[in-house]
Every structure is written in structure tokens, then in C-alpha cells.
Design a protein around this ligand. Structure first.
Ligand SMILES: *[C@@H]1O[C@H](CO)[C@@H](O)[C@H](O)[C@H]1NC(C)=O
Ligand SMILES: *[C@@H]1O[C@H](CO)[C@@H](O)[C@H](O)[C@H]1NC(C)=O
Ligand SMILES: *[C@@H]1O[C@H](CO)[C@@H](O)[C@H](O)[C@H]1NC(C)=O
Ligand SMILES: *[C@@H]1O[C@H](CO)[C@@H](O)[C@H](O)[C@H]1NC(C)=O
Ligand SMILES: *[C@@H]1O[C@H](CO)[C@@H](O)[C@H](O)[C@H]1NC(C)=O
Ligand SMILES: *[C@@H]1O[C@H](CO)[C@@H](O)[C@H](O)[C@H]1NC(C)=O
Length: 290
């Protein structure tokens, strides 16, 4: 398999620097993945009504937004009406809320962790709003969510380590990119995400070592975008355990050292880029063709 790392023609001249842009031309598209999952989830219909409890949980989420920050959701989210008909809500046949899609709705304020109380929620998309505060990790660690997209908001601070009640979290797609998140990646959290397929954490201010523990724990892990952060240290050899990894981007960080040999064992890799780091070393062209 050809390895499309862009190293121009003189591929063995040290120190090399990969020139590929960080945020464009990803062969693997997170939104496409989300879409596929959404299609799979879309066998919904609603005939009667959602439960009062689910209604209260959603209204609690609405109430936690800033005053006036609900982007006029309050017009359709009215207590006493069927929440399956509310703007952005999709239910299953049994009237449990399955999908909360509120991208680009002008929401401001905090994300209430109460959404984790929706017992059938699989898809939560709050991207492209102005939500602030910390990311409620309950949504990842104590919920049934499979696809979570909170990209393009103003979320800040570190990701809290929470006790997970589940040994095996259902989350597959996690997009926390383009926020103001800081701190290190808590490795115990990633150990629990055994179903994780794609993680986009790009364009934040994460520090410390690049995470790699998901490689051991998530057999289907396919996409990792860590561009535009403050990750430092070496590229972890543990990434060599990501046997299904197709895309790895970690440009625009403070990484140093050389590409670990283990990475060349990952024959599934189609896109690898580390521009704008302090990496160095020699690339042997025989390593690049599998
Ligand atoms: C979230 O919604 C936005 C806007 O509709 C869409 O572009 C994006 O792909 C969605 N995210 C996921 C993971 O499906
Ligand atoms: C969510 O569940 C927790 C624990 O079961 C409970 O304490 C909390 O009040 C619930 N929140 C809402 C909004 O229902
Ligand atoms: C909904 O929120 C807007 C903006 O805060 C407010 O002007 C409007 O009166 C609210 N509508 C209802 C029905 O509460
Ligand atoms: C990750 O998200 C950023 C926007 O925050 C986007 O530019 C980038 O293409 C995404 N990465 C992948 C591999 O889809
Ligand atoms: C990075 O995140 C900020 C804040 O959300 C956003 O305004 C900017 O467009 C993002 N940049 C890229 C390259 O996605
Ligand atoms: C890959 O995972 C195995 C099993 O957990 C571990 O022993 C090994 O050190 C890992 N490889 C790398 C390169 O970290």
C-alpha cells in the first residue's frame, strides 16, 4: 500500500519536515462518519408522546443556557407538549429521545450534564454554537451517547476525570475540536472508550503527551486529529498498537524526537501528517511502501 506522506522528492534528507496542511484534505471525514451513524439511527417514528421525565430533562438543559441564550428554542420546547416534536429532537418508535441535533442554533451558556439522563440518547450535536464552561464529561462517561459533537464552541478548562459507571462506553465518534480546552488527556478515560472510532481534538490548547492508550483499548480506532494544540514530547510508540488507524494528524504542536519505528507497523495508515513540530530524523523510503 502506498503511504501518502508528503515528503517531496528528496525523501531521505534529514531533518525532514512534512508539509501537508493540517486541517485540509483528510481522506477520512468525521462528519461523514457521523452521518453514516446518523443514517443507521434514523429508523425513527413517533406516534404518541415522550415521557414527562425526558421532557423535564430537556427543559433542564434549556434552563441551564444563558438567559436569552436558547436561540429561540423556547418557542418549540414547551412544557406539556410532546418533546419528540420539539425542534432538533428525534425519537425512536417507542418515543424515547434518540437524537438531539442543535448545531448552529445560536445557543450560549453551559451544557447541562442532565442530558446524560436521557436513557436512549445516541446522537448529540451541539457544534457551532457559543457554549462555554467546561465539557460535561457525564455526557461521555455516564451516557448512552454514540456520537458527540461539541466542536466550534467556547468550551474551556481541562477534561475532568470522572468515575465511569460503565466498564465499556458506547461512544464511537467524539468531536471536541475548535474550543479552548486545556490540560492533559486523562488516560483512564480513553481506556474506557472501547468502541471509539474517531477522535477530533484539534484546535484546542491540550498539553502533555499525545494520547495513545486508545490504541490498546479500542480495536476499531481509525482517526485521530490532534492538530493545533500544545502536545509535547515524543510521538508515543504506543500508536503502533492502533492496528486500524487510517488517519493521524498532529501538526502544529510542540512534538520532538523522531517518528517511532512502531508507527510503520500500522499498515492501515493512509494519511499521516506532523507539520510545524520539532521533529527530526531520517525516513527510509522502504518503510513507506507496504
Ligand atoms: C453536526 O452538525 C453539523 C451541522 O449540521 C454537521 O456539519 C456535522 O457533521 C455534525 N456532526 C456529526 C459528528 O455528525
Ligand atoms: C439526572 O439524574 C441524576 C441521578 O440519577 C439526578 O440526581 C438528577 O436530578 C437528574 N437530572 C435531571 C435533570 O433529571
Ligand atoms: C424565548 O426567548 C426569547 C429570547 O430570550 C424571548 O424574547 C421570548 O420571549 C421567549 N419566548 C417564550 C415563549 O418564552
Ligand atoms: C477536525 O476538526 C477541524 C475543525 O475543528 C476540521 O478542520 C478538521 O478537518 C477535522 N479533522 C478531520 C480529520 O476531520
Ligand atoms: C479554531 O477554533 C476557534 C474557536 O472555536 C475558531 O474560531 C477557529 O475558526 C478554529 N480554527 C480552525 C482552523 O478550525
Ligand atoms: C501494545 O500493547 C501491548 C499490550 O498492551 C503492550 O504490551 C505493548 O507495549 C504496546 N506497544 C507499544 C509500542 O506500546
Amino acid at each position: 500500500m502506498w503511504f501518502p506522506v508528503q515528503i517531496q522528492s528528496k525523501s531521505v534528507t534529514p531533518p525532514f519536515r512534512m508539509q501537508q496542511q493540517c486541517s485540509t484534505n483528510g481522506k477520512f471525514n468525521m462528519s461523514l462518519l457521523g452521518f453514516v451513524v446518523l443514517l443507521l439511527l434514523s429508523f425513527a417514528s413517533s406516534t404518541s408522546s415522550c415521557t414527562e421525565q425526558e421532557q423535564s430533562t430537556l427543559l433542564d438543559f434549556l434552563a441551564q443556557l444563558s438567559p436569552g441564550g436558547d436561540g429561540s428554542l423556547n418557542k418549540s420546547w414547551v412544557r406539556g407538549t410532546d418533546c419528540c416534536t420539539w425542534e432538533g429532537i428525534t425519537c425512536r418508535g417507542d418515543n424515547t429521545v434518540m437524537d438531539v441535533s442543535l448545531a448552529s442554533k445560536g445557543l450560549t451558556g453551559r451544557i447541562s450534564p442532565s442530558l446524560a439522563n436521557l436513557t436512549g440518547l445516541m446522537y448529540l450535536n451541539l457544534s457551532h454554537n457559543s457554549l462555554y464552561g467546561s465539557l460535561a464529561m457525564e455526557l461521555v462517561l455516564r451516557s448512552t451517547i454514540v456520537v458527540l459533537d461539541v466542536s466550534f464552541n467556547n468550551l474551556a478548562g481541562p477534561l475532568k476525570e470522572l468515575q465511569s459507571l460503565k466498564p465499556d462506553l458506547p461512544i464511537q465518534v467524539l468531536n471536541i475540536s475548535s474550543n479552548f480546552l486545556t490540560g492533559q488527556f486523562p488516560s483512564t478515560i480513553w481506556g474506557r472508550m472501547k468502541n471509539l472510532v474517531a477522535l477530533n481534538a484539534s484546535n484546542n490548547s491540550f498539553t502533555g503527551q499525545m494520547p495513545s492508550s486508545m490504541c490498546v483499548n479500542s480495536p476499531s480506532f481509525t482517526m485521530l486529529d490532534l492538530c493545533y494544540n500544545k502536545f509535547s514530547g515524543n510521538i508515543p510508540p504506543g500508536l503502533g498498537n492502533c492496528s486500524m488507524l487510517r488517519l493521524l494528524k498532529a501538526g502544529h504542536n510542540d512534538l520532538s524526537g523522531t517518528l517511532p519505528q512502531e508507527l510503520f507497523n500500522v499498515t492501515s495508515l493512509e494519511h499521516l501528517s506532523f507539520p510545524d513540530n520539532g521533529l527530526q530524523g531520517v525516513l527510509d523510503s522502504s518503510q513507506l511502501i507496504h
